[in-house]
Design a protein around this ligand. Structure first.
Ligand code: GAP
Length: 467
């Protein structure tokens, strides 16, 4: 299917096109050190293809999801949300074509038992059936279905086989008539959903880029046949504009149209938005014209009429076409980490070192918006700082840190991507002002305590990325 094929034969190294300071090693190590992402089941040696989101990671993931949700529901007049179950009737996946078509070509080494996707082996090795790792003999290519299969209920017979969903989209299709009826939706309209998806990926590498358990943010837009090309172009525009609004480096984004050998079995046309990750250009999101394929197949397999009845147009009946926008949430987390990562030589006095690692998150995405730091623990400064934090925490994600030299504390917040630090010092006790320090410029200004919340709100609203 589309996603698997788009980065075949891609080496797991820093691409020559990538000019930034991030590498996958640095991102992975920072993510662990600062509690963004940990390897799953690490004490048992780790579970490949699965990752745990730590305190900063879950905040970042939630904010990315929140920003997508706002964009795709609150700001759209004609899109509603859904949260459908991961477990669906197994016929769903026969109808969707996943049982038959959702496969990767697989080969095994008879000697070292390593397993490869055949399209990721150098052509000469594949032709000679030679293992690229030990030189042993490779098996013939066979189709390997990426869906995780398990059993439901106590009986271990075939009737109880059930799949973990490999995409969230099907939960939307099977509910589309319920939503038309319950919410009086009229075509054109959309349904948005964020949720987990599972794929038994043969190759999982590059940290959280391709995993077996991941999250998707998908929106299915139902349109009248014949208007689908127009809506497809419209959704391409809207999704591009979304990343611009998010403050992503736009020269790190590009379009990739699927060629005939890349198109998924359901797609008439498909474009990926690719991002320039340290390892090169990779798919971030797909926009697909899925035609009436899915609803047509569900009609056939369920025996239910999936036609739309256009009551404003002489009860005209048709199976809608679907334009899908499908983004990886966990892949967006990786994109935002890479996009924000910076190393900078700094010359601000009072700091022990002159290099800093900084995550330049948009304040709307930053896990911590503002950190409150007393210059000293003594002389009532800590109490005053705690009072300020208490006042701010109703409206902002806050942190409090009184441990170590102030320069070190700024560095810790820079690495966590905190856009604002408030420092309480001796002058604060005298005149009620505090220092507001900007992460990006490291500039510091004095602000009266009472004006802090308004000042922060204004700064967040007017935030412009400097680099
Ligand atoms: N419903 C259509 C669909 O699932 P896809 O291109 O296979 O299309 C959509 O996947 C998005 O989901 C991708 O652009 C990617 O961001 C994300 N994705 C797919 N497989 C993934 C994996 N194994 N790990 C992390 N994200 C993945």
């Amino acid at each position: 299917m589309a996603e698997q094929q788009s980065d075949k034969k891609s080496p797991d190294v820093t691409s020559s096109e990538y000019q930034g300071t991030a590498t996958m090693e640095k991102i992975t190590s920072l993510a662990k050190r600062r509690g963004f992402v940990f390897q799953s089941s690490e004490i048992y040696g780790g579970q490949s293809g699965a990752w745990d989101y730590g305190p900063l990671g879950i905040e970042l993931k939630n904010r990315i999801a929140g920003s997508w949700w706002k964009e795709m529901t609150q700001l759209q007049d004609d899109i509603v949300g859904l949260d459908s179950a991961i477990l669906m009737h197994p016929r769903t996946w026969e109808a969707s074509g996943h049982v038959e078509n959702f496969t990767d070509p697989l080969v095994d080494c008879k000697k070292c038992k390593a397993r490869f996707r055949s399209d990721m082996i150098p052509e000469a090795d594949l032709a000679a059936k030679k293992c690229p790792e030990c030189g042993g003999e490779l098996t013939d290519i066979r189709k390997f279905n990426l869906m995780f299969k398990t059993q439901i209920g106590a009986a271990e017979d075939t009737a109880s086989i059930i799949y973990l969903r490999p995409e969230t989209a099907q939960g939307i299709y099977v509910n589309y008539k319920n939503i038309i009826q319950s919410n009086r939706m009229k075509i054109p309209f959309g349904i948005a959903q964020i949720g987990k998806a599972f794929r038994n990926e043969i190759v999982t590498k590059n940290f959280i880029f391709r995993t077996c358990e991941f999250e998707q943010m998908e929106m299915q837009f139902f349109v009248k046949p014949g208007t689908d090309d127009e809506w497809f172009d419209e959704w391409k525009k809207r999704r591009w504009a979304y990343y611009e609004k998010l403050g992503v480096k736009m020269d790190h984004l590009r379009w990739h149209q699927h060629g005939p050998d890349e198109l998924a079995h359901y797609a008439k046309d498909a474009y990926d938005i690719q991002y320039l990750f340290p390892m090169g250009w990779r798919e971030l999101e797909g926009i697909h014209n899925r035609t009436d394929y899915d609803l047509g197949r569900h009609t056939q397999y369920s025996g239910k009429d999936m036609q739309y009845i256009d009551q404003d147009n002489n009860n005209e009946r048709y199976i809608p076409y679907i334009v899908e926008t499908s983004a990886g949430l966990t892949r967006n987390v990786l994109m935002i980490l890479c996009d924000s990562y910076d190393e900078e030589q700094v010359a601000d006095k009072g700091n022990e070192d002159d290099w800093r690692t900084v995550l330049r998150f948009h304040p709307n995405l930053a896990p911590i918006t503002v950190a409150v730091l007393p210059l000293m623990k003594k002389d009532g400064l800590a109490e005053m700082a705690q009072d300020i934090r208490r006042e701010l925490k109703e409206d902002f994600a806050t942190d409090y840190d009184q441990a170590g030299a102030i320069g070190r504390r700024y560095r810790r917040q820079d690495e966590a991507g905190t856009p604002f630090c408030i420092t309480v010092d001796y002058q604060s006790k005298e005149d009620g002002t505090v220092t507001l320090r900007y992460r990006d410029s490291m500039e510091q200004v004095r602000v009266p305590k009472a004006e802090l919340a308004a000042k922060l709100r204004e700064e967040i609203k007017n935030y412009q990325r400097a680099k």
